[in-house]
Design a protein around this ligand. Structure first.
Ligand code: 0WD
Length: 254
């Protein structure tokens, strides 16, 4: 039972038990979904396997989104396992840490290209594979941040990548809508994760959100998870191309 009973979904981007992807996976499982996980490299495999076990989830293999063959491989494995898929959760982003501090204007061409490839194009690359396994419709979900809409200190090239990611949510929604495949994003408030620890002055950003957001606090991966469960469930079946803020309301004041 639950709003996701009978639904099967792939979760990409679990690094550890602080990952937003993990909060989403837990909520999706609580609401009845059957899950599969990918991991990036052997180091994360050791972390992802026990977490997957906790949720009776499958582990469908290594996926580094800079290598399209590994994306094909995990979707082939999903096809072999389930035949079709109902939702995909994309929680993947990257920038060289050295460029998440100081000025955006210093961004190198190499890091710009790599950041956009991993943080933005990968969602489209995944949509291409998912579409083939979503004959009954489906739901694709990605994670973004307010730095896409407004300048934020140190977010730099990630802000530019997230702006492109948000635009791609709209283009993908238009392309895939006729097949009843919905495409949405959650714009999450700052949460202390491995990826966030690479952003300069992150603790200050957390404090700033605590003092200034309407709810006077930051959000948790559980809260992002619950909203994600809704967005990949039929309860949100009339929504696509949407960027939903789960940020304690910060976007209305920031
Ligand atoms: O405050 C935050 N933490 C927010 C995060 C606020 C708003 C949005 N987000 C976004 C992030 O930008 C990202 O898109 O949420 C998503 C998930 O991030 P997270 O949960 O904050 O971070 P983390 O637990 O580190 O997971 C991101 C993972 C990687 O972990 P590490 O830290 O090892 O880079 O993205 C994956 C990887 O598992 N990843 C890749 N996966 C496949 N191929 C690749 C890649 N090339 N690069 C990174």
């Amino acid at each position: 039972t639950g709003i996701l009973a009978g639904k099967r979904g792939l979760v990409m981007g679990v690094a550890n038990n602080r990952s937003i992807a993990w909060g989403i996976a837990q909520a999706a499982r609580q609401h009845g979904a059957e899950l599969a996980f990918t991991y990036q490299g052997d180091a994360l495999k050791k972390r992802v396997e026990p977490l997957a076990k906790e949720l009776d989830a499958h582990v469908v293999g290594h996926c580094d989104v800079t290598d399209g063959a590994t994306i094909d491989a995990v979707f082939d494995e999903v096809k072999r396992l389930w035949g079709s898929i109902d939702f995909v959760i994309h929680c993947i982003a990257f920038s060289d840490k050295d460029e998440l501090t100081g000025r955006y204007v210093e961004t190198s061409e190499g890091n710009f290209t790599k950041s956009l490839l991993i943080s933005c194009y990968s969602f489209t690359a995944i949509a291409q594979r998912a579409e083939k396994l979503m004959n009954e419709g489906g739901s694709l979900l990605t994670l973004t941040y307010y730095g896409a809409e407004k300048w934020m200190p140190h977010y730099n090239v990630m802000g530019v990548a997230k702006a492109a990611l948000e635009a791609s949510v709209r283009y993908l929604a238009a392309d895939l809508g006729p097949k009843n495949i919905r495409v949405n994003a959650i714009s999450a408030g700052p949460i202390k994760t491995l990826a966030a620890s690479g952003i300069g002055d992150f603790r200050y950003i957390l404090k700033w959100n605590e003092y200034n957001s309407p709810l006077r606090r930051t959000v948790t991966i559980e809260e992002v998870g619950e909203t994600a469960a809704y967005l990949v469930s039929d309860m949100s079946r009339g929504m696509t191309g949407e960027i939903l803020h789960v940020d304690a309301g910060y976007h209305v004041v920031g």
